[in-house]
Design a protein. Structure first.
Length: 235
C-alpha cells in the first residue's frame, strides 16, 4: 500500500479475469471460450477468410453477452484509482468495453473493441448495436469484408496504443496486473520487461507465469480486492 501511496505513475494491465466477475467467460481458465472453439476458426485472418459467417455468428453472440454484462466493482475501482493518480494508464486486453463503461478515461484497448466493424479492404467503419453485424451485410461494397475491429492472433497491436502502453510501463512506479493469464504477448511484456524498478503487483485467482517474479501477489477476485485497495488509498 505504501508503494501505491507514493506512486507518481501507475500502469494497470487487465485481462479477461476482471470481466469474468461480470459474467463473461475467460479465454484460458476453467470454462474458457477457447475450450469450445478452435482459435484458428474464430480469431484469425485465415479463419475469417475461410468462414466469415461462422466467425461473425460467434462474435455477434459475444457482443450480445458484452451488452448484457455490467461493469463490476473491479472496473469501477480502477476508474476511481485514475482520479487519485495524476499519471495513470489502464491498458486492457479485453474487447468488452466494460472499462470504458465504468468511466476509465486514459484507456488503451490493446486488442481493439467490439463497438465497431471495419472493412478488411478499404477500412470503412460502422458502429455495432447489441445485435451485432447482420450476416447478409458481411460483404462490403468495395469488395472487401466487414470484420470485427479487434486484433486477431498473428496481427500486430494498434501502433499508437502500443507505443503509449510502452511509455507508461517504462515510467511507472507501480504496475498492477489484474486478471490476465500473462501468456499473450506482446501485452504481457508490459508487466515485466520494460521497467526493472517498478513495483509489480498481481491480482488473480490463479497462478500465472509471472507470479514467482513479481513483488506482491493477491489471490482473490478483482471485484473484491481492487475496491479494498482503492478505498484504503482514499481514506
Amino acid at each position: 500500500m505504501t508503494r501505491l501511496r507514493r506512486a507518481r505513475c501507475i500502469l494497470a494491465l487487465t485481462g479477461s479475469g476482471i470481466s469474468a466477475e461480470s459474467g463473461l467467460p475467460t479465454f484460458r481458465g476453467t470454462g474458457g471460450l477457447w475450450h469450445d472453439h478452435r482459435v484458428e476458426e474464430l480469431a484469425s485472418p485465415a479463419g475469417f477468410a475461410r468462414d466469415p459467417v461462422l466467425v461473425w455468428s460467434w462474435y455477434n453472440q459475444r457482443l450480445a453477452a458484452h451488452r448484457r454484462a455490467s461493469p463490476n466493482a473491479g472496473h469501477y475501482a480502477l476508474a476511481h484509482l485514475e482520479t487519485l493518480c495524476a499519471d495513470f494508464t489502464l491498458a486492457t486486453q479485453n474487447v468488452d468495453s466494460l472499462h470504458k463503461r465504468a468511466g476509465s478515461r486514459n484507456l488503451l484497448e490493446l486488442h481493439g473493441n467490439l463497438r465497431e466493424a471495419r472493412c478488411s479492404s478499404c477500412d470503412a467503419r460502422r458502429p455495432l448495436d447489441a445485435s451485432g453485424l447482420p450476416l447478409d451485410e458481411i460483404e462490403h461494397e468495395c469488395g472487401g469484408r466487414m470484420r470485427p475491429d479487434i486484433v486477431w492472433f498473428g496481427e500486430p497491436l494498434p501502433r499508437g496504443a502500443w507505443l503509449q502502453a510502452e511509455r507508461a510501463a517504462s515510467r511507472a512506479d507501480v504496475i498492477l496486473v489484474v486478471g490476465t493469464s500473462a501468456v499473450v504477448y506482446p501485452a504481457a511484456a508490459l508487466a515485466t520487461r520494460y521497467n526493472a524498478s517498478a513495483y509489480v503487483a498481481e491480482i488473480n485467482l490463479e497462478e500465472t507465469p509471472i507470479s514467482a517474479g513479481v513483488d506482491f501477489v493477491l489471490r482473490g477476485p478483482a471485484a473484491r480486492e481492487l475496491p479494498r485497495i482503492v478505498n484504503a488509498l482514499s481514506s
